[in-house]
Design a protein around this ligand. Structure first.
Ligand SMILES: [Zn+2]
Ligand SMILES: [Zn+2]
Length: 261
């Protein structure tokens, strides 16, 4: 059965990832509208009613906007921390809320999730490692830098979805107001192409078959730039067998391909 994932959409207008073993389908974040999420699930050949659970990383709208609307008519558990729930202002049936905590593992219908803290300006932001049938997927979106904890968690992953939010130069000369530029650039903001390159050049263990660059800014980045910068970093890497890793992109306005393990 293994594990597969499809990034339904990623960027500041909404993030959602489908994780599946072919029978059980789980959404990690529903930052697209409920309707758009349903539409994209159908594009993946999955009726929205077949979703078994939702896991939420943090309360920013681009990660949880669609959770309430999507879960409204479904009797499914929604896993998130208390701080994320209260920060979101979401009204969620208490029977649906499954409380999780940073650093702890939890079972979602046979998928072993472990939430880990990421440096980001929200109440209790999490990245996730998801394990099933010896396959390990890492998701780290919305983080200002790659802390030692994040680097540790991303080791040994077969697939990684990693933020590559902005090109620092484009951000600096771009249209954002100064305060927002500072926020994005801060250690609790968003990950730059340079940070990803540094990760690939120094810390990446070469295990993952795929690294999907995600949460690209539409104003302060270009897909080609993110990909090129990451590719260069991998190519310049010496002393480690990393030829097996493919770099790919997630998109805001369309679903990614399916990654199967
Ligand atoms: Zn965020
Ligand atoms: Zn975000």
């Amino acid at each position: 059965m293994g594990l597969s994932f499809i990034v339904l959409g990623s960027g500041s207008s909404g993030n959602a990832t489908l994780v599946s073993d072919g029978e059980t389908h789980i959404l990690v974040d529903v930052g697209l509208s409920g309707r758009e999420t349903a539409k994209r699930l159908r594009e993946c050949g999955i009726e929205p009613e077949r979703i078994s659970a939702i896991v939420v990383s943090h309360e920013h709208g681009d990660h949880c906007r669609g959770v309430g609307p999507f879960a409204k008519d479904l009797e499914i558990p929604v896993f998130m921390t208390d701080a994320t729930l209260s920060g979101s202002g979401m009204i969620l049936d208490s029977r649906k809320h499954q409380r999780i905590q940073s650093g702890e593992s939890f079972d979602v219908y046979g998928f072993l999730f472990t939430g880990f803290s990421v440096p980001h300006d929200s109440a209790d932001p999490l990245g996730f490692v998801i394990e099933k049938d010896e396959i390990k997927l890492g998701i780290a979106l919305d983080l200002g830098y790659l802390s030692n904890l994040v680097l540790e968690r991303l080791k040994g992953c077969d697939g990684i979805i990693l933020e590559s939010n902005h090109d620092v130069r484009m951000l600096k000369v771009g249209p954002y107001p100064w305060a927002l530029k500072q926020r994005v650039l801060s250690r609790r903001g968003h990950l730059s192409n340079d940070s990803v390159a540094q990760f690939l050049g120094n810390d990446f263990d070469g295990q993952a078959a795929h690294i999907v660059l995600a949460h690209l800014s539409q104003k302060n980045n270009l897909p080609e730039l993110a990909l090129l910068s990451a590719q260069r970093a991998l190519e310049e890497r010496s002393g480690l067998q990393i030829g097996g890793t493919k770099l790919e992109l997630a998109y805001q306005d369309k679903i990614s391909r399916a990654y199967r393990y």
